[in-house]
Design a protein around this ligand. Structure first.
Ligand SMILES: Cc1cc2nc3c(=O)[nH]c(=O)nc-3n(C[C@H](O)[C@H](O)[C@H](O)COP(=O)(O)OP(=O)(O)OC[C@H]3O[C@@H](n4cnc5c(N)ncnc54)[C@H](O)[C@@H]3O)c2cc1C
Length: 469
């Protein structure tokens, strides 16, 4: 049971005790909390935003794998936020080549109203029995003399509140403050995290009078540099989520102005009204090698659980929340919350479900940072759409002989890049196979990391890209 003790100057509780404290009421936090509460344990979610703003999160609003959510908050609870289920492909605009590629996207797609979706998530976790503490900003992490995380310190409307728990789950999103405040030196937890592995992104919700023609497509367009893209995702045929982002190892873009310029160039946005504006950072990197430490787990953006080529992080966050909570419960039941080995299976499940694939996809991100944008766009325009889709979402693809010949003819002039891409693909496949061999316990972790780093060295050498990690 959650217990509150003491009174602060403002009359609120000073110490809150729960089985599991979850920081952040986003997708990962809500799924973690709902899973904990469903199992009969108490979960307190600490959220810095107030009750109205909670769930209002910067997002492109595109949901890939829209049919697939963990049971703790089933799809049926989220469906009221699905504003466009008619999207079925990507539309890739390549101005440099005067080309538009229509690319099929495997799996179910939807565009959502992210704020409404956020409210549905919170309602779902709340109905499972999780408790939400809004307006509460976590500022520090408590660790005992062995280094085990025992809770967090927060401020609630000017009053300090201490949260104590068997396990703290960090669902506080990209560049989470909790990891800055925790001494993780003796843990396996991944601390090789730098700004350059993130993308800075911004989006506006725009209303137009006339329906757009492409309301069945997710529209992508490269920014002037290869490491970024603009998107136009139709929430409805008259309400569009328009945004853009760039990799933070590049010269910063003027996100607001660059978006404005592109909007002004498109006739379909003439006379449009901007309804909402938000920006944030998102990880475009491989998932954390390990997201556990004694008493501590990270989920979703706080652990790099985002497809690094598309920026899609909702699905990974939902499943990471579920897997972390299930493992935390197991650790509590076996009395081993101070032992990171008891939490290890969470890492394995993440790698097995999507982490290995995302790590392989990151190789293509590394590849693109080292090549000229015009060359890459010309190459892209020459590739078959289905194969591109496979590569974008699967982390690997193969091309039959007939297509190879057709592609070769169309891509004449870019064969050097194609050859490098082909070799990069072989290394991405090698990396994928290595991640599929993720160790079953922490004892094999160092050797696994060493071999992975060797593969990464080969990737940097081949592409000529600056080391990312
Ligand atoms: C501009 C943009 C566009 C995107 N587009 C898409 C898309 O189209 N499709 C897709 O699938 N993904 C997209 N993503 C990624 C996706 O939004 C994230 O991967 C996903 O939201 C991660 O969920 P999360 O629960 O891990 O973190 P978040 O959703 O970021 O939730 C973190 C929560 O923690 C709270 N918090 C943070 N710090 C503290 C603190 N100190 N104390 C208390 N609370 C705290 C925050 O207020 C927030 O509520 C996009 C991201 C950005 C930035």
């Amino acid at each position: 049971m959650t217990t509150n003790t003491g009174d602060s100057a403002g009359g609120g509780p000073r110490t809150v005790t729960a089985d599991i404290v979850v920081v952040g009421a986003g997708t990962s936090g809500c799924y973690a909390a709902a899973t904990v509460a469903d199992a009969g344990y108490d979960a307190v979610v600490v959220e810095r935003k107030d009750e109205t703003e909670a769930g209002h999160i910067a997002c492109g609003d595109a949901l890939k794998g829209a049919s697939d959510f963990p049971e703790a908050i089933p799809k049926s609870r989220l469906e009221p936020a699905f504003t466009n289920t008619g999207v079925d492909h990507g539309r890739f605009e390549i101005p440099q080549e005067d080309t538009v590629l229509e690319i099929p996207v495997p799996g179910e797609l939807a565009v959502i109203d992210r704020w409404e979706y956020g409210r549905c998530l919170i309602e779902g976790a709340n109905d499972s029995g999780a408790t939400f503490h809004y307006d509460t900003v976590v500022q520090d992490v408590l660790q005992d003399e062995t280094g085990r995380v025992t809770g967090v310190k927060a401020m609630r409307k000017g009053d300090p509140v201490t949260y104590e728990a068997d396990i703290v789950i960090d669902g506080a999103g990209a560049l989470s403050i909790l990891q800055d405040k925790t001494d993780l030196e003796d843990a396996t937890f991944d601390t090789n995290v730098q700004y350059s592995q993130f993308c800075s992104a911004y989006r506006e919700i725009i209303e137009v009078d006339e329906p757009v023609e492409w309301d069945d497509a997710l529209v992508f367009k490269p920014t002037e540099r290869s490491a970024g893209y603009l998107w136009y995702f139709p929430r409805t045929d008259t309400e569009i989520n328009a945004g853009l982002g760039f990799q933070m190892n590049e010269e910063p873009m003027e996100l607001v102005d660059d978006l404005k310029r592109d909007l002004e160039d498109r006739s379909e946005f003439e006379g449009a009204t901007v309804k909402d504006k938000l920006g944030a950072a998102l990880p475009t990197r491989r998932p954390y090698d390990s997201a556990v430490a004694p008493g501590f787990m990270a989920v979703g953006d706080a652990a790099g659980h985002v497809n690094p080529t598309t920026g899609g992080g909702i699905a990974g966050a939902a499943y990471a929340g579920k897997y972390a909570a299930e493992q935390a419960i197991e650790a509590i039941e076996s009395g081993r919350t101070d032992d990171e080995a008891a939490l290890w299976e969470y890492n394995e499940r993440v790698m097995d479900h999507f982490g290995a694939r995302y790590a392989a996809l990151d190789v293509y991100n590394i590849f693109t940072t080292a090549y000229d944008v015009d060359d890459l766009m010309a190459l892209l325009a020459s590739l078959p759409g289905e194969k591109l889709a496979e590569a974008l979402y699967g982390g690997s693809t193969s091309i039959g002989l007939g297509l190879k010949i057709k592609t070769a003819i169309k891509s004449f002039g870019h064969w050097g890049t194609i050859y490098d891409l082909y070799q990069t693909k072989s290394l991405a496949d090698r990396l994928l196979a290595h991640y599929e061999d993720y160790p079953a316990d922490p004892s094999g972790f160092e050797a696994w990391q060493r071999e992975r780093n060797d593969i990464m060295d080969d990737i940097y050498e081949l592409t000529g890209a600056d080391p990312k990690y």
